[in-house]
Design a binder for this molecule. Structure first.
Ligand code: ATP
Length: 423
């Protein structure tokens, strides 16, 4: 497995070391393999301060590492007692956050085949989709990546090996607590299942492999659909030519890519229904992301906290970042903002709308308020605070989705710059 993950000489491997039988066996095995592969080995233990034995466990882990000549990195963390998902989940979040701080190429976990089967059943009982049912991967590339070399090995075989090798390990008393749903499955459901289905654990682990493959294919399909819809922002009509299932698959994939929390299925079903029902601009919260539609385009963005964008000074750059998008300044002739006016100006910046903002769209017509301009252009209220405004010495020269102010528009044959807002 180390070869499959292309673990190279001098790469840094860090064992996530709880001190239990699995990670202790893992640490001893990797310490033995060190000379053959030439990797650097260290171990990290997270002290959650939840058990009265937590100090003793940390000491045990430190001693084991010292005996094996392995660098030891302890983390003392506080776990919030009132996590909405429960204490176990809170401890896991804290643990993973601490381990992510280790400077290494790979974090190596002691998960085994019984863990995989329990994870799959546990997730299915909570209504997991294909992604959740794929459970854990043996190799997860990343920075650091994650390895689970024992994922194909049964728990009993690891224990038998540890006993035969006279290894010492600690027993976490919380593993016996049936109030934890995972422990209930481990101690009550799996022994019963094993009586009627002796191959239940390897079969469930195999099933998670099938789900993993299917999940990869769904990702490939989403990537194809993403490109076919014109990338982000998508062409709304092109997207809505896809079946509901494919639209939901694409939205889910993109939300995950953005690092946002995926929404519940019911929420996605409702979002697609609304997208098909109206051509009006929409702002649909989806998990921690939001799906926005305006005119012929549709895009996803992280849900916002309502804070306005910060001003971005313009110093002749061809493009400036604005929110999750960009404003490009395209050279044009006889259109856009006259270059001369921009070069003479002292203060040019992209800013959000300001109170009392006015703009004259056509010479000969009066200046109109930002609100009036937005109403006339059909710009929905949720989009207005995000419109970029190019402010030139205190005056609005251009507003995204609305256009260039008459006073700044360049004359025929004159060189100009046309700001183009890409979300
Ligand atoms: N306190 C800890 N410090 C460092 N690593 C740990 C700690 N607890 C668990 N691990 C690592 O996580 C692996 C799985 O442990 P366990 O089954 O208790 O956790 P889990 O909650 O089921 O898994 P996960 O942490 O991946 O969600 C262990 O084999 C070990 O590699």
């Amino acid at each position: 497995m180390l070869a499959a993950a292309a673990v190279a000489s001098r790469q840094r491997l860090c064992v996530a070391f709880s001190g239990g039988a699995d990670s202790t066996t893992l640490l001893h095995l990797l310490a033995r393999l060190r000379p053959r592969f030439g990797f650097d080995l260290c171990a990290a233990h997270v002290h959650h301060a939840l058990s009265p034995n937590a100090d003793a466990w940390l000491d045990f882990c430190a001693r084991q590492c010292a005996a094996l000549g392995v660098t030891f990195q302890p983390f003392r963390e506080q776990v919030a007692r009132h996590h909405p998902a429960g204490l176990e989940a809170a401890a896991r979040d804290v643990r993973h956050a601490a381990l992510a701080r280790v400077a290494c190429d790979w974090l190596v976990f002691g998960h085994h085949q019984d863990d995989q089967a329990e994870t799959l059943l546990f997730r299915l009982l909570r209504g997991a989709g294909v992604r959740g049912a794929a459970a854990m991967a043996a190799i997860e590339p990343g920075s650091p990546g994650r390895l689970r070399p024992l994922l194909g090995v049964r728990r009993a075989d690891i224990r038998a090996f540890a006993q035969a090798a006279s290894l010492e390990w600690i027993e976490d008393e919380s593993n016996a607590d049936p109030r934890h749903a995972r422990n209930f499955l481990r101690h009550h459901v799996f022994p019963l299942l094993g009586e009627a289905f002796p191959g239940a654990v390897p079969a469930l682990a195999r099933a998670s492999g099938h789900f993993r493959e299917a999940d990869g294919l769904l990702g490939d399909l989403a990537a194809l659909d993403y490109a076919a819809c014109g990338g982000s922002p998508w062409l709304r009509d092109r997207l809505l030519m896809l079946s509901d299932e494919r639209v939901r698959n694409l939205l889910r994939w993109r939300i995950r890519q953005m690092g946002c929390e995926a929404p519940a299925r019911a929420r996605l079903v409702e979002a697609v229904r609304q997208l098909r029902a109206t051509h009006a601009p929409l702002y649909l919260p989806l998990g921690t992301a939001a799906c926005c539609t305006y005119r012929d385009r549709l895009w996803l963005e992280p849900q916002r906290d309502g804070a306005p964008e910060q001003p971005v000074p313009w110093r002749q750059e061809p493009a400036l970042c604005w929110g999750a998008g960009v404003v490009r300044f395209e050279p044009v002739t006889g259109a856009g903002i006259g270059r001369g006016a921009l070069q003479r100006a002292v203060d040019v910046a992209l800013v959000p709308r300001w109170p009392g903002l006015m703009l004259r769209q056509d010479s000969g017509r009066p200046r109109r308020s930002f609100k009036n301009l937005c109403q006339e252009a059909g710009i929905p209220a949720w989009l207005r605070p995000r419109l970029p405004v190019l402010r030139v010495d205190g005056e609005a020269a251009w507003i995204g989705e609305i256009g260039v102010a008459a006073e700044f528009r360049c004359g025929q044959g004159e060189a100009g710059l046309l700001p183009v807002w890409q979300r």
